[in-house]
Design a protein around this ligand. Structure first.
Ligand code: F6P
Length: 319
């Protein structure tokens, strides 16, 4: 490998910039030319590609978002798009590619690898929903941002003795919600991996807690469960307890990455380049049992991830 490309794809995540920086600087240290591809696979198809040097990635380790920008590219799902992507890599002399993103982005990487452009995936998503890895870049920052917002809601919730429902991101996964629930001391966490209690069960628990002398009732709802506004209306109508819902939304995707995210980003970005240098084909970088490892992309995509049952149980014990 002599020239590598790097792109960010799918939803952005804090720490993507630190990953790009690690790819660029490790690449240069290994004697490679590094090309930055703008706006994910879209930019590749459009030839939006430029060489990056060590200074191109100065002052970004601490920045949220992605300097390469990102997109969800529908054309790249089709074989014609993938073939064009491989051709564009050849036009720019790119013989290895680092794709920072989630499962959808890795599928594209696998297709490119089948067409002769070796591609390595790096897990970047706030959702923590990639099965082969214990960590995905952006998760820690998103949880800290959400936790900070929940702390603030908790203040006003207690002052008014309200029930507060806070909906967090995560697509079909409940990791952000579960981590926020435990770290914020929420009374209830609703996640898609677990049977949702009925509205009646939720209301019964709220009333029991009120009788125990609790001054607020915080419910963290994962986006994959949704329905926060309706639930708030129903609780208020049935119990008379003032209830407010807040959907935290995209603020969870921004902000300066935490130290945890910067470290994983730096390690995983460097490892992706070293895998390319070693001539390893079609791999995904992962953090597993405290080690940085790599898996075959196809095997990684077939893996299933389960929520930690004990962690969920603890979230229910600590109220
Ligand atoms: O995958 C990251 C994520 O923020 C999910 O948590 C959420 O479901 C989705 O992206 C939102 O996507 P968009 O930014 O396109 O609205």
């Amino acid at each position: 490998v002599s020239t590598i490309g790097v792109l960010t794809s799918g939803g952005d995540a804090p720490g993507m910039n630190a990953t790009i920086r690690a790819v660029v600087r490790t690449g240069i240290a290994r004697g490679l030319k590094v090309m930055g591809i703008q706006k994910g696979y879209n930019g590749l198809l459009q030839g939006d590609v430029r060489e990056l040097n060590a200074r191109s990635v100065s002052d970004i380790v601490q920045r949220g978002g992605t300097i390469l920008q990102t997109a969800r590219c529908l054309d790249f799902v089709k074989p014609e798009g993938q073939a064009r992507g491989a051709e564009m890599c050849k036009v720019f002399g790119i013989d290895g590619l680092v794709v920072i993103g989630g499962d959808g982005s890795f599928q594209g990487a696998e297709k490119l690898a089948n067409l002769g452009i070796n591609a390595i995936g790096v897990p970047g998503t706030i959702d923590l929903d990639i099965a082969c890895t214990d960590y995905t870049i952006g998760f820690d920052t998103a949880v800290n941002t959400a936790m900070d917002a929940i702390n603030k809601i908790r203040d006003t919730s207690t002052s008014h003795e309200r029930c507060s429902i806070i909906e967090v991101m995560g697509r079909n996964a409940g990791y952000i919600a579960l981590w926020c629930g435990i770290s914020s001391g929420a009374e209830m966490v609703l996640i898609p991996e677990k049977q949702r209690p009925t509205d009646e069960e939720i209301i019964k628990t709220i009333l029991e807690n009120k009788h125990k002398g609790k001054k607020h009732f915080l419910i963290i709802v994962a986006e994959g469960i949704g329905g926060s506004y309706n639930l708030a209306k129903k609780i208020e109508a049935t119990t008379g307890i003032e209830t407010r819902a807040s959907i935290l939304g995209h603020l969870q995707r921004g902000g300066s990455p935490t130290a945890v995210d910067r470290i994983h980003a730096s390690m995983m970005g460097a490892k992706a380049v070293d895998l390319l240098c070693e001539g390893k084909q079609k791999r995904v970088v992962a953090f597993k049992n405290g080690q940085y490892v790599d898996y075959d992309i196809n095997e990684a995509l077939k893996m299933k991830k389960n929520i930690d049952d004990y962690m969920y149980e603890v979230s229910q014990l600590l109220i």
